[in-house]
Write a protein that binds this ligand. Structure first.
Ligand SMILES: Nc1ncnc2c1ncn2[C@@H]1O[C@H](COP(=O)(O)OP(=O)(O)OP(=O)(O)O)[C@@H](O)[C@H]1O
Length: 470
């Protein structure tokens, strides 16, 4: 935020202006964090900002969440508040109780990352004995806009949710990032549960499955593990490309797969590529993945992007005029997640400045994004800038050398190439000395996840991004 905007915030909107400060932070965090993390941890926070903006209290639903947010996000939020406001801001976390909230002063310490308890237990909730589905009830067929890009996948998913265990088993959905695969599998689970509440449905990310296998192995609890997974009516498993090179996991998944199919339970899987394109996964699994129905989700076409924007704005109780939606949809083409990011920026900008949504406002709100497109940052430019910054040779960007002092800047350059250009993963791989797209994908995921945890890296990436954007 510019100095001018900060002053506007303070002078023009004394009542509730603190909302603007928090809103601006949220918007920034939404851009920087994986969406699921943002939705789980940041979005539900309620902020109370003191009149002079020197203190911000964030109210958190329970003690567990409070501890987790303090450990993982508080330092980052405090730094961001300070950056947005331009002066130090004291951040406090408090339990959201109606009477006398328990307040704790936040020490901005980032501790070693361990999975929050919420994502550790699978299946049964030990406290209540209730079966946990891990479904996000907001991700339904109703909220999933249909278009040419997802018509077939959506129809197949609908069919499965209506009559599971019959046709299209397993259903294998693949496509690029942010195209709605996760949304679609949750929709299948939610619909089945709405129709047949007794069904045992589980949504799980492949990485979580891996960690469940590891835990069962360490604790010698394979019987329980099997009992849980093999008793499901519907298993929804996201991003199975993460099984690559995990032999033990692949074996256990194979067993679960066979057991579930034998009892006519349904399996729906997602991946970033079609089964035969999966690297380092056993052939017998790949052939099984492909034995039901395999469908792709493509990037959304213009009309679909427009519809998504209008729908999502409405869900946020905002009206986005069609001409504005067209303007945004024409400029943000890659995937739905980016479309959502653009929408969030526009809504925040409109609320923050108390202005109606118009093309002019969208242009201002998306200034950075549009200027990136106009300036057409090239992969070559990224490679040169990153090589200069880390003091390595540009040629090392294409070389096969592997020492960390070279491999890491190369991964950072790949990440920036994905973030700042419209190039596809294979195209980027080609420009980095003919590397495979999975190598690029690995680099992008690695850097993007480490960026959430390592302040230094985040800082370096900011500098590089600013340099490249000019
Ligand atoms: N057709 C659609 N209609 C409405 N919202 C959509 C649609 N497609 C995707 N979205 C939304 O876009 C966001 C990204 O989608 P989702 O997380 O399902 O993508 P994904 O394909 O699983 O991506 P990744 O591989 O990165 O996990 C979600 O908020 C989702 O609700």
């Amino acid at each position: 935020m510019s100095e001018g905007q900060r002053k506007d915030l303070i002078s023009e909107a004394p009542l509730g202006a603190g909302d603007g400060l928090w809103q601006a932070c949220m918007e920034q965090l939404a851009q920087e964090m994986p969406e699921q993390q943002f939705n789980t941890w940041i979005k539900p926070l309620v902020a109370q900002v003191s009149d002079d903006f020197s203190r911000v209290v964030l109210f958190v639903a329970n003690r567990f969440k409070l501890d987790w947010i303090r450990a993982q996000y508080a330092g980052r939020i405090a730094a961001l508040l300070e950056r947005v406001y331009g002066q130090p801001v004291q951040l406090e976390l408090a339990l959201a109780q109606r009477d006398a909230p328990t307040r704790t002063i936040v020490a901005p310490v980032v501790t070693e990352l361990e999975p929050p308890p919420e994502t550790v237990e699978v299946g049964e909730d030990p406290a209540s004995g209730v079966f946990k589905t891990r479904l996000n009830s907001a991700l339904t067929f109703d909220t999933l806009v249909e278009g040419t890009a997802n018509r077939m996948a959506r129809a197949a998913a609908m069919h499965v949710s209506g009559t599971p265990g019959h046709l299209y088993n397993p259903l294998f959905i693949y496509g690029g990032v942010g195209l709605g695969k996760t949304h679609l599998v949750h929709a299948v689970g939610n619909k089945l549960l709405a129709d047949r509440p007794q069904s045992k449905v589980l949504y799980i990310h492949a990485e979580q499955f891996v960690s469940d296998v590891v835990k069962a192995y360490q604790r010698k609890t394979f019987d329980q593990f099997k009992e849980r997974y093999h008793s499901l009516d519907l298993l929804l498993i996201d991003d199975v490309q993460f099984f690559a090179n995990k032999d033990r996991t692949q074996e256990e998944f194979f067993n679960a797969f066979e057991a579930l199919l034998a009892k006519k339970s349904h399996i729906v899987m997602t991946s970033d590529t079609y089964p035969k394109g999966l690297a380092d996964i056993h052939e017998r699994l790949i052939s099984r993945f492909d034995s039901g129905l395999t469908v792709a989700i493509e990037p959304p076409e213009l009309e679909m992007r427009v519809a998504i924007l209008i729908n999502k704005a409405r869900a946020e109780s905002a009206e986005m005029p069609e001409e504005v939606a067209f303007f945004v949809a024409k400029n943000v083409r890659s995937n739905v997640r980016e479309l959502e990011g653009a929408l969030r920026k526009i809504l925040a900008y409109s609320r923050f400045n108390q202005k109606e949504i118009s093309i002019q406002l969208a242009r201002e709100a998306l200034r950075d994004l549009l200027s990136i497109q106009n300036r057409q940052i090239s992969v070559e430019n990224i490679q040169k800038t990153v090589a200069d910054y880390y003091k390595i040779k540009v040629a090392d960007m294409y070389s096969k050398k592997r020492p960390a002092s070279i491999a890491r800047p190369r991964q950072i350059a790949m990440y920036l190439a994905k973030e700042l250009t419209q190039k596809s993963l294979p195209e980027i791989g080609e420009l980095f000395g003919g590397r495979d797209h999975t190598t690029v994908l690995h680099a992008v995921r690695k850097i993007s996840s480490e960026r959430q945890q390592l302040t230094d890296l985040n800082q370096q990436l900011h500098v590089l991004e600013q340099t490249l954007k000019g």
